[in-house]
Design a protein around this ligand. Structure first.
Ligand code: KIV
Length: 287
């Protein structure tokens, strides 16, 4: 496998061209500083995930995330990303009601928040929606397997592709999404052998999360990668830093430093400066 290194802005055709040559990298970001750091570090795709609902807002799931939330976070990320491709998630109920609604909401992310592509959840049933958004000139990433926006239908977060029926549905879905024009497909918590089969079958890159090392690329929630997760850390995340510890240590240091220093106040009085400490002791000096 040859190694391609990126010099210029990442484009959709370039991501597609990686298939079979080099694994592609994607991470989430929800704010400006994170986007700047990821961009400078060289990640190829920055996803403004609707995981913003759980990761940033502390919600139990992604269902309450709104168009306004996503537009605001996406704009912060596109301000920070100069080179990476910025993809944003269409939030729950922004694309399920009608194809027209989906195209018009996808368009808002491009016009108002300067994203370069959108991602939406769902299998073959979403193919007409993907086709219409792509026809409007907006690149789309599909997302199958564990689709968190369907949590109330699925009942829990689990691996997908264990039964034969589920395997057939997911393989057919990947084919349908790719035929509809999706330029990549996220496989979330898909059984590794099925992820390998789908990756071999479809002409576009598969981007795995909890789907083994068989996909054409990987995506992770940035907080899971850098040790900033609150609560359960998914097994597949394998954090490469422990930023929560450094963060808390810095706050402890700040508290100690602030408490240790004797408080003083400088109050000018008739050409003299009065320095008073909290204990009420006063010293006067010429100002
Ligand atoms: O919202 C998100 O962060 C995602 C990724 C985990 C794939 O959809």
């Amino acid at each position: 496998m040859s190694t391609i290194s990126i010099q210029k802005a990442v484009t959709v055709p370039w991501i597609k061209s990686l298939k079979g040559k080099e694994r592609c990298t994607a991470l989430t970001a929800y704010d400006y500083p994170t986007a700047v750091f990821l961009d400078e570090a060289g990640v190829e795709i920055i996803l403004v995930g609707d995981s913003v609902g759980t990761v940033i807002y502390g919600e139990p799931n992604t269902l309450s995330v709104t168009m306004d939330d996503m537009l605001r976070h996406t704009r912060a990320v596109t301000r920070g990303a100069k080179r990476a491709l910025v993809v944003t998630d269409l939030p729950f109920m922004s694309y399920q009601v009608s194809v027209e609604q989906a195209v018009s909401n996808a368009g808002r992310f491009i016009k108002e928040a300067h994203a370069q592509a959108v991602k939406l959840e769902g299998g073959g049933e979403m193919a007409p929606t993907v086709r219409a958004i792509v026809r409007a000139g907006i690149p789309v990433i599909g997302h199958i397997g564990l689709t968190p926006q369907s949590i109330n239908v699925m009942g829990n977060y689990r691996m997908h592709g264990k039964s034969q029926a589920e395997r057939e549905y997911l393989l057919e879905s990947a084919r349908a999404l790719s035929e509809a024009g999706a330029f990549a497909i996220v496989l979330e918590c898909v059984e590794e052998s099925l992820a390998a089969e789908i990756t071999k079958d479809v002409p576009v890159p598969t981007i795995g999360i909890g789907a083994g090392a068989v996909c054409d690329g990987e995506i992770l929630v940035i907080h899971d990668l850098v040790g900033m997760t609150i609560g359960h850390v998914p097994k597949f995340a394998k954090p490469l830093a422990q930023l929560k510890e450094s963060f808390v240590a810095a706050v402890h240091g700040y508290i100690a430093r602030t408490k240790e220093v004797k408080q003083t106040a400088q109050i000018p009085v008739d050409g003299l400066t009065r320095e008073a400490d909290v204990a009420g002791k006063e010293r006067f000096s010429k100002s």
